[in-house]
Design a binder for this molecule. Structure first.
Ligand code: UDP
Ligand code: MG
Length: 315
């Protein structure tokens, strides 16, 4: 029996790890994580989140908690998704710096000190950048597109938005938690609030046991959340398509009429009909786009995400 270890009230570091059916990986992860933290010579706590596992992951976490009071455990009643689990961990983490990582050992815990060193340089958010990823070609292709899109819509360029080995400073964590958003993408939300962001190259390992907990559909949904949660682009595209159709309709009418004026003869009735129909279809799509724009603005309002964050006021 190991003696219980006392925990400092506000540790310097919190580690947050989400688990979904990771019974085979929990203990291996913990066994590698603990020495890393103990070597870092900082006070720490570990927040393990069980995202509704059905394979006994929660029982293993309970056991770990009973042995060491630096380990705090949150257990969901069902599966809510990786980002919900991370959010729950962030909500309860008390550390000055919070580090998140995956529970399948794809993010080597030994890389954590690199992030801590970087955050000590004064950054608000430090992301791990998996320079050599151990995932399928399809995932890599998908990730590249997502990184480009996320960089653009969040307005902060990063090479790796998908890597969950990341460190956040307390101020950023407080802002993320203050949002209380239902569907979210934590790294993007953090970057929306961070004053300074850095990336450090880190290693990436194949999954220790089991397969990815994401199906293609879940992955698509997550990324759709990212797109709709951070930009009005989808609905604006609808409006733009409508406007282009309406303008094309008008242009078509002008061309047909000009042809008739200069060449005489019978007017091209089909051409005029097509122009009119195209114009009205375009106006309708534009209308849907405009309504969508207002709905989107209501959506932005009800979310109550802060519009800006002041770091200092001198009066
Ligand atoms: N995860 C979770 N809830 C989910 C899906 C995943 O908590 O609904 C956890 C999972 O247990 C792992 C981490 O999130 O610790 C990353 O999941 P996974 O390895 O399946 O994703 P991938 O590496 O394929 O992106
Ligand atoms: Mg994984």
């Amino acid at each position: 029996m190991i003696a219980p270890v006392k925990i400092a009230e506000e540790p310097e570091i919190s580690i947050v790890v989400p688990f979904y059916n990771e019974a085979e990986n929990v203990e291996a992860l913990h066994a590698r994580l603990l020495p890393v933290l103990e070597k870092a010579r900082k006070s720490f706590e570990i927040v393990y989140v069980d995202d509704g596992s059905s394979d006994g992951t929660a029982d293993i976490l309970r056991l770990l908690h009973s042995r060491d009071s630096r380990i705090r455990v949150i257990i969901f009643n069902r599966n809510y998704g990786q980002h919900a689990a991370i959010s729950a961990g962030l909500d309860r983490a008390r550390g000055e710096v919070v580090v998140t990582l995956d529970g399948d050992l794809q993010n080597p815990p030994e890389e954590i000190p690199k992030l801590l060193d970087k955050i000590d340089e004064g950054y608000d958010v430090v992301g791990g950048w998996r320079t050599e990823r151990r995932d399928s070609a399809l995932r890599l292709f998908f990730s590249r597109a997502v990184n480009r899109m996320a960089s653009r819509i969040v307005g902060v360029k990063m090479n790796d938005y998908g890597c969950m080995l990341r460190a956040y400073r307390r101020t950023v964590v407080d802002h993320i938690c203050g949002c209380g958003e239902i569907s979210t993408f934590v790294p993007a939300l953090a970057n929306a609030f961070a004053g300074s962001v850095a990336e450090v190259p880190i290693a990436h390992a194949p999954r220790r046991a089991g397969g990815s907990r994401y199906t293609l559909l879940r992955l698509l949904r997550l990324n759709f959340d990212l797109m709709t949660g951070f930009s009005l682009l989808p609905v604006q595209i609808v409006g733009i398509v409508g406007a282009i159709a309406a303008v094309t309709g008008v242009a078509n009418a002008v061309v047909v009429s000009a042809w008739w004026l200069f060449h005489g003869g019978p007017i091209d009735r089909g051409g005029i009909f097509f122009a009119v129909v195209l114009f009205f279809i375009g106006i309708q799509i534009l209308g849907i786009g405009l309504v969508g724009e207002y709905v989107a603005r209501i959506y932005m309002e009800v979310r109550r995400r802060p519009r800006y964050i002041v770091s200092e006021v001198l009066e």
